[in-house]
Ligand binder design. Structure first.
Ligand SMILES: NC(=O)c1ccc[n+]([C@@H]2O[C@H](COP(=O)([O-])OP(=O)(O)OC[C@H]3O[C@@H](n4cnc5c(N)ncnc54)[C@H](OP(=O)(O)O)[C@@H]3O)[C@@H](O)[C@H]2O)c1
Length: 189
């Protein structure tokens, strides 16, 4: 794809649509277990309600895999977070997938990425990156840079408990408060 990464798409209700979408992006498609074996990084970008089903199709991965958790754990009607206070979606994913080296990093809104740039003014949109696995965090940080966003080291995976509500605030501002999805967060100091 654009940055020369090889990509395999997995997990769809419709395998034909998945294969067509993959082809349109110059990617391949396959089952979840196949996708996990395919690459260096497994990107989890599923609606929260479907995430555990997706992980259940993982099979028995060989060795540990870097998992980039992009999920926003929203209720299906998007009115609230489905997970919070004592645990985060990222930590739930880590529990469900012991083979994973989970890194939380919620990317910018798709609508912003579709404009071809995730910059607003002269700054890349900030993406908080949390994990206890420093090598995995480094790999995802580099992928965040590849999409043009500005990675911000947010410490341990537990901090996903605060990253996820911050991302939900953005969803509220974009869709409930009418600002639209061409917005993002950043850290100034
Ligand atoms: N969109 C954004 O701007 C954005 C930004 C940051 C984070 N996120 C987070 O990233 C994740 C994915 O977001 P998205 O906007 O790409 O969501 P989405 O379009 O609703 O879902 C992504 C894909 O999941 C697949 N899927 C497979 N099984 C499913 C099932 N049982 N129920 C529903 N979908 C199923 C769907 O594929 P098929 O239709 O082929 O079945 C769909 O294309 C979410 O957790 C979201 O909160 C999204």
């Amino acid at each position: 794809m654009k940055k020369d990464h090889e990509v395999m798409l997995s997990f769809s209700k419709d395998a034909i649509k998945l294969a067509q979408t993959a082809k349109a992006f110059g990617a391949t498609s396959g089952g979840v277990a196949q996708g996990i074996e395919f690459g260096q990084v497994v990107v989890v970008a599923t609606p929260w309600v479907a995430t555990k089903d997706a992980l259940a199709e993982a099979g028995q991965p060989t060795g540990k895999r870097v998992v980039w958790d992009c999920t926003n754990a929203l209720r299906p009607d998007m009115t609230d977070l489905a997970v919070g206070f004592t645990i985060s979606a990222a930590e739930e994913i880590q529990k469900a997938a012991p083979w994973a080296r989970v890194v939380k990093a919620i990317p910018p809104f798709a609508e912003l990425m579709q404009t071809g740039s995730v910059r607003i003014g002269d700054k890349g949109v900030g993406v908080f990156v949390a994990s206890e696995d420093s090598e995995a965090k480094q790999i995802v940080t580099s992928l965040v840079r590849d999409i043009g966003a500005e990675p911000i080291d947010a410490g341990a995976l537990r901090n996903a408990r605060y990253i996820e509500p911050a991302a939900f605030l953005l969803v509220q501002l974009a869709y409930a408060e009418g600002l639209g999805p061409k917005i993002g967060l950043n850290l100034i100091g």
